[in-house]
Design a protein around this ligand. Sequence first.
Ligand SMILES: [Zn+2]
Length: 108
Amino acid sequence: MTASSHPLCAQCGRSFVRRSARGRPQRYCGQVCRRAAEYELNRAQGLLRRAEQKLQDARLKTVTEQRHFRVDADKVVEFWEAEVDRLRVELRRLLEASEASSEFLKPA
Ligand SMILES: [Zn+2]
């Protein structure tokens, strides 16, 4: 039971003592780490939204662009696909570490 009574902060990695056994398990040692984690999560969500929009624009361009520009358009699509994948992995990692994970990770 020592592992659960002295968990490690999901943000700074230091061990801390839980204030209360009630409610959702505490994942951070304090407000600062909790806020920092929320900030990172919001930032990752914003970046992912932007990348998805860019990917959509890029895909549209592969259809509308004149033929000799399409190779470039395909490269732009590849870039944003990789970026979206990377950000999804990053966001999932942040969500799994965060106290909000139970809200955000509900099956769609
Ligand atoms: Zn901490």
